[in-house]
Design a protein around this ligand. Structure first.
Ligand code: PLP
Length: 369
């Protein structure tokens, strides 16, 4: 057999989703607050734009598009972010961009990722053969990652965070931009949940911080903000100042043939869609109701669709997960699945409906009638 990449072995931590699937198999009438997927249907104006674009393809051939995305979408996004369209790269998801971005950097680069965090940050680098430093996001630092004492080259931050649901304030982000400027480091800023931010002192983009354009790449997605998890469209901002545009162009031209035309038309319609903010508001209302209604210590859920629920003393994440499932028919995600520092918590997703939230709270006997 051909020798395989040995580094895949390094990602062999607990893979939670198959375990959860098995545990809920055959159980009916569950309130599923586990997976962070959309719970509301696609907005009509987006679906119409996708259908129209597909119909257009029956009238004239529309084949391969530019790997960086069509200018109609790049221009609209450039306008939204007040930047140059050349700095915007459309893709089929943040996941793909996270997988690719590390390829721009030398194998010797040191990497830091938030812990608990979105597993792709660490895993893409581990698979590439790099070592990873973990930045604990725990109660003692209010779940805000702190710059390490030593130098790191590449830092993966996510705000509002998944799974903690905690968003970084302006001063938190200033701390990181200053670190990156001092250390000649680069921040990969995952803004997948930026549209859930409502607090005033929480920036929706790292570029609100002076100097950030020199040291940060930022990733956005239509997945959670506009219900695109099944359609696939996202974009990465690579500021001119980073000097990385030619490399990313080269990488994308080599490995990616572009997000489908109808989907990009759908994304364009999404930018103008008045219902999208309503869907986000609806998820945020579910988060708020859960946060108000649940007993115990709950973090997040303000600028985020995720709640980070501290498990009772003497219990592990998995034990509390089992308790919620077996005693109440509620599906959560054990925090330990997101990294070592996630032990002692479960994540609840507010990508649900108010009816499900009410059922959840009734089952836990905490819903006030
Ligand atoms: N980043 C974070 C923090 C996420 O939670 C997710 C999906 O859950 C993604 C990225 C993936 O986004 P996309 O659907 O654009 O690939």
């Amino acid at each position: 057999m051909v020798k395989v990449n040995p580094h895949f072995k390094r990602t062999e931590r607990e893979i939670i989703f198959p375990v959860i699937e098995k545990k809920i198999e055959g159980k009916n009438n569950l309130v599923n607050l586990g997976i962070g997927d959309v719970a509301l249907p696609l907005t009509h104006s987006i679906a119409d734009a996708i259908c129209q674009a597909t119909q257009e393809m029956t009238k004239r051939p529309i084949g391969y598009g530019p790997s960086a995305g069509y200018s109609f979408l790049r221009d609209a996004l450039a306008q939204k972010h007040h930047i140059c369209a050349d700095e915007i790269f459309i893709s089929d998801g943040i996941n793909s961009d996270l997988a690719g971005i590390q390829e721009l950097f030398d194998i010797s680069c040191s990497i830091a990722v938030v812990d608990p965090g979105y597993p792709v940050f660490a895993d893409t680098n581990l698979i590439a053969g790099r070592n990873v430093t973990y930045l604990p996001c725990v109660a003692s630092n209010n779940f805000i990652p702190q710059p390490p004492n030593a130098h790191v080259d590449l830092i993966y931050l996510c705000s509002p965070g998944n799974p903690t649901g905690v968003a970084m304030s302006r001063s938190n982000l200033e701390m990181w931009v200053n670190y990156a400027l001092q250390e000649n480091a680069l921040i990969v800023f995952d803004a997948a949940y930026a549209s859930f931010i409502t607090s005033e002192n929480v920036p929706k983009s790292i570029y609100e911080i002076p100097g950030a354009r020199n040291v940060a790449i930022e990733m956005h997605s239509f997945s959670k903000s506009h219900g695109f998890t099944g359609l696939r469209c996202a974009y990465t901002i690579i500021p001119e100042e980073t000097g990385l545009i030619p490399l990313w162009n080269k990488r994308q031209n080599t490995k990616y043939n572009g997000c489908p035309y109808p989907i990009q038309k759908g994304a364009l319609a999404a930018l103008a869609c008045p219902d999208a903010p309503k869907q986000v508001q609806s998820y945020l209302a579910c988060a708020q109701a859960l946060k108000n209604g649940l007993d115990g210590t709950i973090h997040g859920g303000i600028d985020s669709p995720y709640l980070w629920w501290q498990v009772p003393d003497g219990t592990t994440s998995w034990q509390f997960f089992d308790h919620l499932l077996e005693q109440h028919g509620i599906v959560s995600i054990p925090g330990s699945g997101f990294g070592k520092s996630g032990e002692g918590f479960v994540r609840l997703s507010a990508f649900t409906t108010m009816a499900q939230v009410k059922t959840c709270l009734e089952r836990l006997n905490v819903y006030a009638h």
